[in-house]
Design a protein around this ligand. Structure first.
Ligand code: ADP
Length: 499
């Protein structure tokens, strides 16, 4: 590890936390119960702020406001162009507060400040503009019916949407869900993760400043089994868009099924394979594998947590990987030379360390890392296991931390079969110079996104979502916009048609 890893805390003028209350019907309000909860800085475990703790009563109020705004308010009724203009304004406001917002996510989630400033926060503005530009291009179709009828479809907004957001990308996930829903003309209640509520509340303030009408965007901070569950089982919510764990994904579907059969979309994580073939460039392959697992300290649903390396290149890739991992700078997320900050909280920190212990006990070979770093905060060394068997726990479960499992394979068929031997199917990577191998593997791998000779190549226009137990329904792209619409078919008789 680099010298100061996990030990020095950078002196940075942290922003004042201004927004800690629930945002309902255009106003910041205390929770009905008056309760609050602490959100903590993972660099040191200290409390950053007390945040209003929403529960069922608060969700009821927020849904009531969203319902009123949907049924009678201007948002779904104004032109797509007008909605788009307001969304563009929100994008501008985000850029004007870029540093402060990046700092808030760094404090709350341990995310790298220098990355937040160039990826997460500008990306949110970009996402808003992408969907703002699409808001006046939401078309139905003219149907080719029999001669006696003419028909067309209307794409109408889905209604009141509940968004349940995870803690690993508090800004990116907020806008991946909120921006297309706004463009479609929906109204919504957002439940940010309890670990990272601060930026979502700030975005509510900016949305208000931008002119998004009251009741359209409500934010209820609080816990999953209370506020989250109230949203998923609410009779007046038309759709829930969830990103989180498969366990909670099941609960979300159950709640939807036993309440009003609301539509559900689920993004539930993964155990994504990166498959490196013999003809790959060693340095490039090792870099993709390492960044694939260590970006955002491994707290990424598409992390390349299973790296399959073909026999002919295996030793060279492993040597390079281990050398890079040993020099990977871990430390304070406000330090611009650091590439890996602290894990989000103590629960996650302990969970990752317990997986590392499992890996050792199961007989995998620990090549580097495996321990916490520093004497305070939730830092973990970049950790690489070799000789990992497909049935080991570290090869099967999503660890959500800086822990890489290395596997050796011989043939293309074996690589494909083992890459697919998982209950997940979110993403996959392929490293090869052969077009034939790339094409064959891309079509054979069961994953919602396949990256060839790259990794984490996200784009607003690239639909993102899982196969198998990684869930269903897409974020990003026009697919995500359509997810927040419903199709109505309109038919009239037609007489004397020449065609
Ligand atoms: P993780 O294990 O990564 O923390 P979770 O699935 O527990 O992921 O959490 C993701 C989001 O789901 C968070 O906003 C959390 O509060 C919410 N959540 C947790 N439990 C429930 C639940 N029973 N119903 C609805 N939302 C929930």
């Amino acid at each position: 590890m680099a010298e100061s890893n996990g030990k020095t805390e950078i002196k940075f003028q942290l922003p004042e936390i201004k927004f800690t209350k629930l945002f309902i019907n255009g106003e910041f309000v205390d929770s009905v119960s008056g309760k609050t909860f602490e959100t903590r800085d993972p660099r040191n475990g200290e409390v950053i702020a007390e945040v209003a703790e929403g529960d069922k009563e608060d969700v009821d109020l927020a849904v009531k406001a969203a319902r009123e705004a949907f049924d009678h308010g201007p948002w779904p009724r104004m032109s797509g162009y007008q909605r788009g203009r307001i969304m563009m304004k929100l994008a501008d406001l985000i850029e004007q507060h870029l540093e402060e917002l990046a700092a808030i996510d760094s404090m709350d989630a341990g995310k790298l400040f220098h990355i937040g400033k160039i990826i997460d926060i500008p990306g949110a503005a970009h996402t808003l503009r992408y969907y703002a530009g699409a808001a006046d291009k939401i078309h139905g179709e003219t149907l080719k019916m029999s001669r006696e009828f003419q028909g067309y479809t209307l794409r109408e907004p889905a209604g009141v949407v509940g968004h349940i957001i995870p803690w690993n990308f508090p800004t990116t996930m907020f806008f991946a869900k909120v921006a297309p829903a706004l463009a479609a003309g929906c109204t919504m209640v957002v439940k940010p993760a309890e670990q990272t509520p601060l930026s979502a509340l700030y975005y509510a303030h900016l949305a208000n400043l931008a002119g998004i009408p009251e009741g359209v965007l409500n934010v209820v901070s609080g816990f999953g089994p209370t506020a989250g569950a109230a949203l998923t089982s609410h009779m007046d919510v038309d759709k829930v868009s969830f990103t989180g764990s498969p366990e909670v994904g099941r609960l979300v579907m159950q709640a939807a099924a036993t309440s009003n059969l609301k539509q559900v979309s689920l993004e539930l994580g993964g155990k994504s394979p990166l498959i490196i073939f013999d003809d790959a460039d060693v340095d490039k392959a090792a870099e993709l594998a390492l960044v694939g697992i260590l970006f955002n300290k491994g707290e990424v649903c598409v992390a390349s947590s299973r790296v399959f390396v073909q026999g002919g290149i295996y030793d060279a890739v492993v040597e390079k990987l281990v050398e890079m991992a040993k020099n990977w700078p871990v430390g304070d997320p406000f330090d611009p030379s650091v590439q890996q900050g602290p894990q989000v909280d103590k629960v996650q920190f302990d969970r990752i360390l317990s997986y590392i212990e499992h890996g050792k006990r199961e007989g995998a070979t620990l090549l580097t890392g495996g321990n916490p770093l520093g004497d305070k905060g939730y830092y973990i060394q970049p950790t690489i296991f070799a000789d990992v068997m497909d049935n080991m726990m570290i090869a099967k479960d999503e660890i959500f931390g800086p822990v890489l499992s290395l596997m050796k394979f011989k043939t293309i068929e074996e690589g494909i079969a083992r890459a697919n031997a998982t209950r997940y199917g979110l993403a996959a990577g392929i490293v090869t110079k052969s077009l034939d191998i790339a094409n064959t593997v891309a079509r054979s791998v069961k994953a919602g996104t396949v990256w060839i000779n790259c990794y984490f190549a996200f784009d607003n226009d690239a639909a993102f979502g899982g196969y198998k137990m990684s869930g269903f329904g897409k974020d990003n792209g026009m697919e995500a916009l359509y997810k927040y619409t419903q199709v109505k078919t309109v038919v009239t008789p037609i007489y004397n048609s020449p065609w």
